[in-house]
Design a protein around this ligand. Structure first.
Ligand SMILES: *Cc1c(COP(=O)(O)O)cnc(C)c1O
Length: 370
C-alpha cells in the first residue's frame, strides 16, 4: 500500500547524518532533536503548542486525560474510524456515543452529532478520515453552544488546510486539542512509533505535558496520575527531515489520486472520492465505493494480481465485542453499515510510478468489465 523503502532512498543521506549526530551524543530521550521537531511542527501548523508522544493512540488518551473527564461522561465519536479513537474513550471509563458519518466525505458532521448531545456529553472527537478535514466550523459552533470539548483525531489528515472558518487553518489545530500519529504508513511517518498532540491553550499544554510525563509537575512531584509517553530523538530526527517534504508528499499523492479519478469516473459501479468543499485532501487513503455488492470479489481479484488493497474499515465499531456493551444489539448506523460493505482503498503513496499505477487501473477496469 505504501513504498517506504523508495521514500527512504530519497532522504537517506540526511537521515544518516542526523542519526550519526544523535548516536554520537547518545541523547536518545529528551534530547534537543525532539524540541526542535516540536518547534518546527508547531510552526508548520501555526499552532502554539506541539507535544510529541509515543504514538497516536497515546496522543488521544493523553488528550482525554488532560480534560479531566469523569467516568460515565459521554464522548461522541464516529463509528466509522480506526479502533484507537473509540478504544481510549472506553479505556478511561468514559462512554463512547457512536455517531454516523456523511456518505460522501466519510467524516461526521454537526447535524449528525447534535441529536446525540445529552447533559452527560462532555466532548466530541471528530476524525479527519482518509486525508480531509471534517467540516469543523459547525462542529465548533455546536460545541461552544453546549460547552463541549473538541479533540480532533488528525492521524490521517496532517497538512490538510481547512477553509470553512474565518481564516484558513491546518487540520488538527481547530479544536481544543488535536492529535496525530507518526506510524510509518501515515502521511508523516517515522521509522517506528510516534505521535503528537496540538493545542493553542497554554493551560491545556501544561496539563498535557504533565500527563504524558507521569503526571509530574516538577521533578519527583506527581500532581496527577499520568502515563509515560515519549517520542525518542531518532524518530524526531526522521520526522523533522520528512516535515520539510510533507507538502511535496501531499502533491505527489494528489497526482496519483487525480489519475485514479480520471480512470474510474465513468465506471458506474465505482464512486471516486468526493472532495470536501472546505478542505484540501492529503490522500492518506484513496478510497472508492463499489456500489454493486462485488467489493469483496474485487479485493480477491486484485490480490490475485499481486495488487494490495485495504478495507478501511470492514466492521462498524458498534459491532465489535469491545464496544457492544455501549449499544443495543439492534443498534445500526445506516451510512456506516453501507460504507463497511462497499469501501476499498487502492495503493497510494509518494513513490508511485506510472507503470505500477497503470497496472492497477488496468486490473480494476478488467474486473469491472467482467
Ligand atoms: C493510525 C490511527 C490512530 C492510532 O495511531 P497509532 O500511532 O497507531 O497509535 C488513531 N486514529 C486514527 C484515525 C488512525 O488512523
Amino acid at each position: 500500500m505504501v513504498d517506504l523503502i523508495g521514500q527512504y532512498q530519497e532522504i537517506k543521506n540526511e537521515v544518516k547524518e542526523r542519526f550519526e549526530e544523535i548516536l554520537d551524543t547518545a541523547m536518545f530521550i529528551n534530547g534537543p532533536a525532539v524540541k526542535q521537531f516540536e518547534r518546527n511542527l508547531s510552526q508548520y501548523l501555526s499552532v502554539d503548542h506541539t507535544i510529541a508522544c509515543a504514538n497516536g493512540t497515546d496522543a488521544l488518551q493523553i488528550a482525554l486525560m488532560a480534560l479531566g473527564l469523569k467516568p460515565g461522561d459521554e464522548v461522541i465519536v464516529p463509528a466509522f474510524t480506526y479502533v484507537a479513537t473509540t478504544e481510549v474513550i472506553a479505556l478511561l471509563g468514559l462512554t463512547p456515543v457512536m455517531v454516523d458519518v456523511d456518505p460522501k466525505t466519510f467524516n461526521t458532521t454537526a447535524d449528525l452529532i447534535k441529536p446525540l448531545i445529552t447533559e452527560k456529553t462532555k466532548a466530541i472527537v471528530p476524525v479527519h478520515l482518509f486525508g480531509q478535514c471534517s467540516e469543523m466550523a459547525p462542529i465548533m459552533a455546536l460545541a461552544q453552544n453546549h460547552h463541549l470539548y473538541v479533540i480532533e483525531d488528525n492521524a490521517q489528515a496532517i497538512g490538510a488546510d481547512y477553509s470553512g472558518g474565518a481564516s484558513s487553518q491546518k487540520a488538527g489545530t481547530i479544536g481544543h486539542i488535536g492529535t496525530t500519529s507518526f506510524f510509518p504508513a501515515k502521511n508523516l511517518g517515522c521509522y517506528g512509533d510516534g505521535g503528537a498532540i496540538f493545542t493553542n491553550d497554554d493551560d491545556l499544554n501544561q496539563k498535557i505535558r504533565m500527563v504524558a510525563n507521569h503526571g509530574q509537575s516538577k521533578r519527583y512531584h506527581h500532581a496527577v496520575v499520568g502515563v509515560n509517553s515519549r517520542l525518542d530523538s531518532l524518530q524526531a530526527a526522521v520526522l523533522d527531515i520528512k516535515l520539510k517534504y510533507l507538502d511535496d508528499y501531499a502533491k505527489a499523492r494528489n497526482i496519483v489520486a487525480s489519475k485514479y479519478d480520471d480512470a474510474f469516473e465513468n465506471i458506474e459501479e465505482l464512486s471516486t472520492p468526493v472532495r470536501s468543499k472546505n478542505s484540501t485532501h492529503v490522500f492518506h487513503q484513496y478510497t472508492l465505493k463499489m456500489t454493486n455488492g462485488r467489493r469483496d470479489e474485487m479485493i480477491q481479484y486484485l490480490n490475485a494480481q499481486d495488487i494490495p488493497c485495504g478495507i478501511y474499515y470492514p466492521i462498524p465499531l458498534y459491532k465489535q465485542g469491545a464496544f457492544e456493551k455501549y449499544v443495543d444489539s439492534s443498534f445500526e448506523l445506516p451510512v456506516t453499515e453501507e460504507l463497511c460493505k462497499s469501501v476499498f482503498s487502492l495503493p497510494i503513496h509518494t513513490e508511485m510510478t506510472d507503470e505500477i499505477q497503470d497496472y492497477i487501473i488496468h486490473h480494476v477496469k478488467i474486473f469491472c468489465n467482467s
